[in-house]
Design a protein around this ligand. Structure first.
Ligand code: NDP
Length: 337
């Protein structure tokens, strides 16, 4: 059983040397357990926070412990009622070849609904994040302008398409001309802008003649700085992520204090900003699976998984994703289905 453990806590950007590949025996399921063979692993930005010692919104991974993470697995042996060898399940088995499960936080994967990798993306945690953040928290109305950054990634690519389905005007923000082309031509964004463009604040303003009604906040940093003055009165800002800051160390952060400026905008524009964590919204899973499953089947929502082969490549693929090397949902294929 190969597994990837946290070897060191990174300062700033993580490196492959912060992880270690280990091998051990394949575990035997006890009563009430099943043995799962990992087929796909998810690598996600939140894992950067779990590499730190202090708690983020989720507990940190201990040194020498297996990296946490979502997985799609095949049941190899089962002493757990309701599961038989051959079943496909989605869960949180971590960065390893095999894992035991007692059924906690396990969902069945129905390949009739979508291909198994989609249960880690469009029909999984990142899809639910987009669905809850956009529909429940922001509730955009047809004709409103919705802006989203990291728009070509797992959550963002769903936000773009869900907002388009709602009849909104979508302004997508991403890190390369190729991603912007994909957002316009494949996902149907009305506008797609590269935030590395030195004139980004001006091009964003020009792209939003009616201002911004909903900003789905994935990134923070310079993108949020450019968005803030364009937010309309009563704009909604579901705060989903702050990836521009996950490698920052130290608290409070160094630099000029921009809090008063932010709060003046919140007040003056009557902004409604709400942080949310997808795990608090699992009651929405049945509605989400029904609606999203339908849209996927009808081809109204496209999903793309950016798959890297080999458990041993998970650390490099994770680091590359944090830097923007992914398009759509970055996954690791541990073994072929
Ligand atoms: P993505 O697939 O979007 O991958 C991360 C992307 O972030 C990269 O591809 C890169 O795209 C972008 N990025 C990296 N650094 C910066 C930066 N400095 N400024 C702007 N963009 C940057 O990941 P996810 O879809 O899984 O996650 C997106 C966000 O949603 C993250 O902040 C994540 O933490 C958050 N999230 C929150 C959840 C919640 O429950 N609140 C649940 C799931 C995700 P680019 O090339 O465009 O720079």
């Amino acid at each position: 059983n190969r597994r990837i453990v946290l070897a060191r806590r990174p300062e700033g950007e993580p490196g492959v040397e912060d992880f270690r590949l280990e091998a051990g025996p394949v575990p035997e399921p006890g009563p009430g357990e099943m043995l799962c063979r990992t087929l796909y692993l998810s690598v996600d930005p939140y894992m950067r926070g779990r590499m730190n010692a202090g708690p983020s919104y989720a507990p940190s991974v201990g040194l020498g412990d297996v990296m946490v993470g979502g997985s799609v697995s095949r049941v190899l042996a089962s002493r757990l009622e309701g599961y038989v060898p051959g079943d496909l399940v989605a869960g949180f088995n971590g960065w390893q070849d095999y894992a035991l499960s007692d059924g906690t936080r396990i969902r069945r994967v129905d390949p009739e609904l979508a291909p198994p990798p989609a249960f880690l993306g469009a029909l999984g945690m990142t899809g639910l994040t987009a669905y809850v953040g956009l529909f429940d928290i922001a509730d955009p109305q047809p004709g409103e302008t919705v802006a989203v950054a990291a728009a070509a990634g797992a959550v963002g690519s769903m936000v773009v398409q869900l907002a388009t389905l709602r009849g909104c005007r979508v302004v997508a923000i991403a890190g390369s001309p190729a991603k912007c082309g994909y957002l316009r031509e494949v996902l149907g964004a009305d506008v797609a802008l590269d935030y590395h463009d030195p004139n980004f604040p001006e091009t964003l303003e020009a792209a939003c003649p009616q201002g911004i009604d909903v900003y789905f906040e994935n990134v923070g940093g310079a993108v949020f700085e450019a968005v803030l003055p364009l937010l309309n009165i009563g704009a909604r800002v579901p705060v989903c992520g702050q990836i521009a800051h996950y490698n920052d160390s130290g608290n409070p952060l160094p630099g000029p204090d921009s809090l008063p400026r932010l709060m003046m905008w919140v007040l003056g524009r009557r902004l409604r900003m709400q942080g949310f964590i997808v795990g608090d919204h699992l009651d929405r899973l049945p509605d989400f699976v029904r609606e999203m499953g339908g849209w996927l089947r009808e081809g109204r929502i496209r999903h793309y998984e950016d798959i890297v082969d080999g458990l041993e490549n998970a650390p490099a693929a994770f680091i590359d994703m944090l830097r923007g090397g992914n398009l759509g949902k970055r996954l690791i294929r541990v073994v072929p289905e």
